[in-house]
Design a protein around this ligand. Sequence first.
Ligand SMILES: [Zn+2]
Length: 235
Amino acid sequence: MTAKAKSSIKLQLKSESISELIRLGEYLLNNALDYQSIDTKNISEDVWSACLKDLRCDSISELYVKIALSEVLVSVVLNKLQGENDVSLIKNIIIKNTQGKPISFAHCCYPIPGDKVSGILTTSKGLVMHRSNCGNLIRAKQKNEQWLDIDWQADENEVFEVLVRIQVQNRRGMLASVANAIARLGVNIEHLEVEERDHSMKALNLVIGVSNFDKLDEVLYEIKSLEFVRNVERA
Ligand SMILES: [Zn+2]
């Protein structure tokens, strides 16, 4: 699409929807700045003007509109805004504590600390984190949604959900043994689903809470050591 065609589309937008786009773009950028712990008060006028000029925006409102329409990626704006203080580019935003922040975790891939993760900036669920190889994330990137790579440095006290699939031989007491093995590691089962395969085999889908990749490994190892377990893997 030519720049002219784009601007004529913009002219057709009603003024209410423009103010809606401004609000949306501002929200997405402010959230990203907040995740990155950049205080907007510390960004000088000069840095703002250089950023707007580079991105061919006449005003900050125009920048917000372009962000809302995904014509400009938030990650690009972050780099330009922090240009004065730090010459290195932001490749990842760093996330430490997720509690109390507008961050959610996609249930298609259940990311946990230790995974390579990216986040999609949304207005409904804040930053939605996915594993970098998740199909839904890859499709969102292709659609040019606002995404950011994330360097996730969670502390050990936070617990995240992860989906584990177990194939077991159908035995009396089997569920209790699995539950006990997991409980012994101090891990909670958040959700459990049993799929009947045939009378001899069952599949268990478990959502458990772990602090990171290492804890998950410990759980997988413990489950694998149960004699009636045929296979266990992270979904
Ligand atoms: Zn996902």
